[in-house]
Design a protein around this ligand. Structure first.
Ligand code: NAP
Ligand code: ZN
Ligand code: ZN
Length: 351
């Protein structure tokens, strides 16, 4: 079995460090990928530090993977050696439940197999993610990546892109809608770009006054400093839809009251501690909805990648070396990300 190099957390309170392990040789339906870049999602940090519980150590995070196909199994029809491909948050699912059959593998009733910290059907152990030089994945969970786009900027689309694209599509965001995006981090900056490309008027809510100019450059029509009550009040009852990407517990009422009649706020952030419960009256008063959304299915992820290729959309990234990952996590905790860290896997050397 081929040896893989990577970076792993050995315990919740330990920094990530160099780690060697084995990847399987491609089975007949597998694609082997040499990883060029891997994005750094806030979920990687939550899981490496066991903030959601259930992390198995050692943990190799990373689910925003792009690279080149190096080998394919006998029955692989979708990919050839040399193709540019991507892998997101899932590497398998049961494929037989109603949700899988409908293309909602992320909502698999039997639980999808996460790209890392998932139950590996092949080894019987745990899956290892993209902070690594190679990965072997079933062809049905591999995505085609256009060579038209900058590859490093594509990596974050595999999680941040699809996690924001899917709810924007599901709740029917289109021309003329006023859409709020809360938090300008990895997910938030993709939400701004995607909502804008779908024709919405975009209002970005941030706790960071230093991000105002960037938010406008990224496509926001209006930027609101969420700590400023007067600025918040000006948007009461006006938004059709809000996508809330914040990774920390906060007051949801401050945003629910900005929704117009029948408006929805969808949460995609998964803070370690729950949000305080919103006031029921704010939902009742304007028949508002509070919802959640999890990544996106494989077919929808391909649709999102094709949409991004068509509209020239990639992530704004800050490239880092593999050795810089622990510092990147600390900066992420301070909301100091512009707007996604991406690991250049050429910097991962055998130690
Ligand atoms: P990120 O890059 O760290 O961005 C989060 C942003 O939230 C920050 O940049 C900041 O924006 C804002 N924020 C942070 N702390 C805050 C606080 N205490 N109060 C208010 N705002 C705060 O994280 P990310 O990678 O985009 O991920 C965001 C969340 O989504 C994480 O919890 C992650 O696990 C989750 N996630 C969920 C899914 C899903 O399928 N549902 C998929 C991927 C990630 P400002 O500086 O602009 O305020
Ligand atoms: Zn993610
Ligand atoms: Zn299923």
């Amino acid at each position: 079995m081929p040896k893989a190099l990577g970076f792993a957390a050995q315990a919740a309170d330990k920094p990530l460090e160099y780690f060697e392990f084995e990847r399987r040789d491609p089975t007949e339906n597998d694609v082997e990928i040499e990883i060029a870049y891997c994005g750094v999602c806030h979920s990687d940090l939550h899981q490496a530090r066991n903030e959601w519980g259930g992390t198995v150590f050692p943990c190799v995070p990373g689910h925003e993977i792009v690279g080149k196909v190096t080998r394919v199994g006998k029955k692989v029809t979708k990919y050839q050696v040399g193709d540019t491909v991507g892998v997101g948050c899932m590497v398998d699912s049961c494929r037989t439940c109603a949700n899988c059959e409908d293309g909602y593998e992320q909502y698999c009733d039997n639980g999808f197999v996460g790209t890392y910290n998932g139950e590996d059907k092949h080894s019987g152990g745990v899956t290892f993610g993209g902070y690594s030089n190679r990965i072997t994945v079933d062809q049905d969970f591999v995505l085609k990546v256009s060579d038209k786009l900058d590859l490093a900027g594509v990596a974050p689309l595999l999680c941040a892109g699809i996690t924001t694209y899917s709810p924007l599509r599901h709740w029917g965001v289109r021309d003329g809608h006023k859409v709020g995006v809360v938090g300008l981090g990895g997910l938030g900056h993709m939400a701004v770009k995607l909502a804008k490309a779908m024709g919405a008027e975009v209002v970005l809510f941030t706790t960071s006054p230093s991000k105002v100019e960037d938010a406008k450059r990224l496509g926001a029509d209006h930027v609101v400093i969420s700590k400023d009550e007067e600025q918040m009040k000006a948007w009461r009852n006006r938004l059709d839809f809000i996508l809330n990407t914040v990774a920390a517990p906060h007051d949801l009422d401050a945003y629910l009251t900005l929704l117009r009649l029948n408006g929805t706020m969808t949460l995609v952030g998964v803070p370690a501690e729950s949000h305080p419960s919103p006031a029921v009256y704010n939902l009742i008063a304007k028949r508002r909805s509070l919802a959640g959304s999890l990544i996106g299915g494989i077919a929808e992820t391909q649709e999102m990648l094709d949409f991004c290729a068509e509209h020239g959309i990639t992530s704004d990234i800050e490239m880092i070396a593999m050795d810089d990952i622990n510092e990147a996590y600390e900066r992420m905790l301070k909301s100091d990300v512009k707007y996604r860290f991406v690991i250049d896997m050429a910097t991962l050397k055998q130690k």
